[in-house]
Design a protein around this ligand. Structure first.
Ligand SMILES: [Zn+2]
Length: 219
């Protein structure tokens, strides 16, 4: 039973298992999981002025400025029912955005899924995705039964272009520079919950739940 409304943000470097933990959390707590990507897609689909601006950034592959990202989030959050609480994934990505979000809706839990760069590279560089059903395997963690073939649909497996060590390292550097300072920001606000995300999925989730219960969010 939820005692205190959870208004959570989830962050961590690529490969930290954010998506998986986000889903587990939203199921267990009975609150919606809100992905930043979805918010952007809805704005684009709506065909609004904002959506058109976002579309330009998405198609050019450049990072949208904070003002635009914040405006989309504000606009989309207004349309959602947040009365039961929420888990937000993929936003905020820097302190500016974290600050803005706090003015929209005061975050009371910031979950930082921490893994080392070495572990992130290990996890990401071994990924093999199915060209047909998009399922993701891992060379050593969860290999397909037959090499190169999807165990689910029989499709061909491939390594994504952005999963090379070079690209991964660059993204990790961006995370440390841009996003990681949010840990300090939320720690100062007294809402940081840092978890060792190098453990297996159930252990990471257990750690999060233990801490959440301690904080009085859930019983
Ligand atoms: Zn497949």
């Amino acid at each position: 039973m939820v005692r205190k409304k959870v208004k959570a943000v989830l962050f961590g470097p690529q490969g930290c298992g954010k998506g998986t933990q986000g889903n587990l959390l939203s199921d267990r707590l009975g609150v919606p999981l809100i992905g930043a990507g979805e918010l952007f897609r809805s704005e684009i689909t709506a065909g609004s002025q904002l959506g058109k601006l976002v579309q330009d950034y998405v198609s050019s592959g450049t990072l949208a400025p904070d003002e635009l990202v914040n405006a989309v989030v504000a606009n989309q959050l207004k349309r959602l029912d947040l009365t039961r609480g929420y888990v937000l994934d993929g936003y905020p990505r820097n302190i500016e955005q974290a600050n803005y979000l706090d003015r929209l809706t005061k975050v009371n839990l910031a979950i930082y899924l921490k893994i080392s760069d070495q572990e992130a590279v290990r996890r990401l560089s071994g990924r093999l995705q199915c060209s047909a059903c998009k399922f993701v395997f891992h060379e050593t963690e969860s290999p397909p039964a037959k090499p190169g073939i999807c165990s689910i649909c029989g499709g061909k497996l491939y390594r994504r272009d952005d999963d090379t060590e070079d690209v991964i390292r660059r993204r990790l550097a961006a995370f440390h520079f841009m996003t990681e300072p949010m840990a300090t920001y939320y720690r100062q606000r007294g809402v940081l919950l840092q978890v060792n995300a190098e453990q297996s999925i159930p252990y990471v989730f257990q750690d999060i739940m233990k801490k959440i219960i301690k904080l009085g969010f859930f019983a």
